[in-house]
Design a protein around this ligand. Structure first.
Ligand code: NG1
Ligand code: ZN
Length: 547
């Protein structure tokens, strides 16, 4: 009928490029931007279907994050603002790879039946679109629009150039009935940041005028957004560099800084001693660093250490809150606090977190896994070592906190307990509940450092990272490597794990694992050991097992 001919017509304008195979991967589809038009068009259709199915607004973000400027990608945000439900990933793969319009339509018909999606009557769908600063984004966003509108009843709102976490935040807000504009996003961040500064313990609030934070914007979208944020910001001085003048992600950004451990472009000896931070190209990753005396190498403060700082602060607030007036713990709520890491977390961070008495859980790489696990706690903190992470608060705990805050404001207004309740509430507003967000993460780090009157050096001393090395290697078929136990063990090909174990055993405190990347055509090797030399040597010998 009508829908069918509409789809046939538009699909014929987006032929599949020959000889490529698309896979939804750890972070949606990614490839050379020139290959992606048909994929983005098809994901537009998928997003419209997902919106019809859920009765909610869905997000589509066009970005290739920290990858090079000639790449691009597309991912879907579900109604909660989180990643696309894993159950739809096989459909996304099939859709992206279907060879011609007829097969595509057959696939859609089958899927619609299987998922009980009703297209009769007057279905409605709404998709929020966003893109990063990549030049290819403009063309690709048009393909997405074509995909969306080839489903009858589907409309889109183009949010223009936004950070990935902004788009996810907007989807979440929209579905909660909150106005989903950029202004609202900034207002929420600024208000909750202000609140955290207002409740800094007496005597700690003297802010040093010379104290400045320098942010490397990776020449992506983050820099310009921080500039906007700054216009409403007080209590923090930020200097932004690499905010779009140079080549995206080239010698700049969180991925570069974390992997290479050298200063990004635009930084140098003049910045020694200053607190610096790096975002990635779409501003969902954040790492901190300070420049070492040689003016080129850096001391890295990675995602694990951001996680540790958050964990320490939140644990402290919870324990202040749980000391009841009558000393019997009345009206206390045993909130569960847990942290989620991947195998890439530095072993020293895991030891530190366990010493704090926290529950540490491991999942495979990929935000979707970490997020899901963190959502099982009242306060769940997750971070990848590369700086992607956030803190999730359960609805139950937030409701309790809200009531408790009201109680406290009548029985002990201004008490330490009430302040702790307010700090926790503000943190839940500041930190993005949809996905890891460099901007909100940065404000939370800054608020906690001021709260504790800590320098970046004091923070970095929480524990000492074990030396590590990450390598990657192109192989014929990376998916021949199959892992288990949160990617720490290779189950196939047979014999590989044994060979890795044999190598690892040669190094004191050695730890090593391999896994196929979900975003690049490589197998990744990670090694950790007591010295940098041994971490390097372990990584290289394991690399030669794979190669
Ligand atoms: P892959 O390529 O699957 O390792 C990388 C990161 C992930 C995650 C995704 C999405 C590493 C080792 N891996 O995934 O943590 O951030 O990109 O961007 O950093
Ligand atoms: Zn990113």
């Amino acid at each position: 009928h009508e829908q069918r001919s509409l789809l046939l017509h538009s699909a014929s304008r987006f032929p599949l490029p020959p000889g490529v195979k698309f896979s939804y991967g750890t972070a949606g589809f990614r490839a050379d931007a020139a290959m992606l038009e048909s994929t983005v068009f098809r994901v537009g259709i998928l997003a419209a279907l997902r919106s019809i199915k859920t009765g909610s607004t869905i997000g589509l973000m066009i970005t290739a994050s920290h990858n090079k400027v000639s790449d691009n990608g597309i991912k879907v945000a579900d109604p909660s603002g989180g990643m696309l439900t894993q159950g739809w990933e096989p459909f996304a793969d099939a859709l992206a790879n279907s060879p011609d319009p007829d097969t595509l339509i057959q696939l859609l018909e089958d899927f619609v039946k299987e998922e009980n999606i009703t297209l009769d009557g007057a279905p409605t769908a709404h998709v929020l679109l966003g893109r990063d600063t990549r030049p290819s984004g403009m063309l690709l966003v048009e393909a997405a629009k074509q995909g969306i509108t080839s489903m009858m009843g589907a409309i889109f709102t183009d949010m223009g150039v936004v950070t990935t976490p902004q788009l996810h935040w907007m989807v979440r807000a929209k579905n909660k009935g909150i106005e989903a504009s950029e202004r609202n996003y900034f207002d929420q961040l600024l208000t909750s940041f202000r609140c955290l500064l207002d409740y800094i313990p007496q005597g700690n609030s003297v802010s040093n005028e010379d104290d400045i934070l320098i942010v490397d914007g990776a020449d992506g979208v983050g820099g310009e957004k921080i500039e906007k944020l700054k216009t409403g910001l007080s209590g923090l001085r930020i200097d932004v560099r690499n905010s779009g003048g140079g080549e995206l992600n080239e010698g700049v950004g969180a991925d570069f800084v974390q992997k290479e451990k050298v200063v990004p472009r635009g930084f140098g000896p003049a910045d020694i001693g200053i607190r610096c931070a790096s975002l990635d190209g779409d501003a969902d990753r954040l790492v901190y660093f300070s420049i070492l005396p040689d003016g080129n190498k850096i001391s890295l403060v990675d995602g694990d250490k951001i996680l540790s700082l958050f964990a320490l602060f939140l644990k402290e607030q919870l324990s202040i809150l749980n000391v009841a007036e009558d000393g019997k713990g009345n009206n206390s709520y045993q909130a569960s606090l847990g942290v989620v890491q991947t195998a890439y977390a530095n072993g020293a961070s895991t030891d530190y977190l366990k010493q704090l008495g926290l529950e540490v859980v491991f999942t495979p790489t990929g935000v979707k896994y970490l997020h899901e696990k963190a959502a099982e706690f009242d306060i769940g903190i997750y971070f990848e070592a590369n700086g992607h992470g956030t803190v999730l608060f359960s609805e139950t705990f937030l409701s309790w906190l809200d009531i408790r805050n009201h109680e406290l404001s009548s029985i002990s207004k201004g008490s330490e307990q009430q302040k702790a309740a307010l700090r926790l509430l503000a943190t839940s507003q500041l930190i993005n509940q949809a996905v890891g967000d460099a901007l909100s993460g940065l404000l939370l780090v800054e608020a906690i450092l001021q709260h504790k009157r800590w320098s970046i050096f004091r923070w970095n001393e929480l524990y000492q990272d074990l030396p590590s090395r990450q390598l990657k290697v192109k192989v014929v078929d990376r998916n021949a490597v199959v892992t288990a136990n949160a990617e720490t063990v290779v189950v196939s090909p047979i014999g590989v794990q044994e060979a890795i174990d044999n190598e690892t055993a040669k190094y004191p405190q050695g730890r090593c694992f391999i896994r196929p990347s979900g975003t690049e055509d490589v197998v990744r090797v990670y090694a950790e050991a007591l010295t940098q030399e041994s971490a390097d040597s372990l990584a290289h010998s394991v690399l030669s097992i794979v190669d």
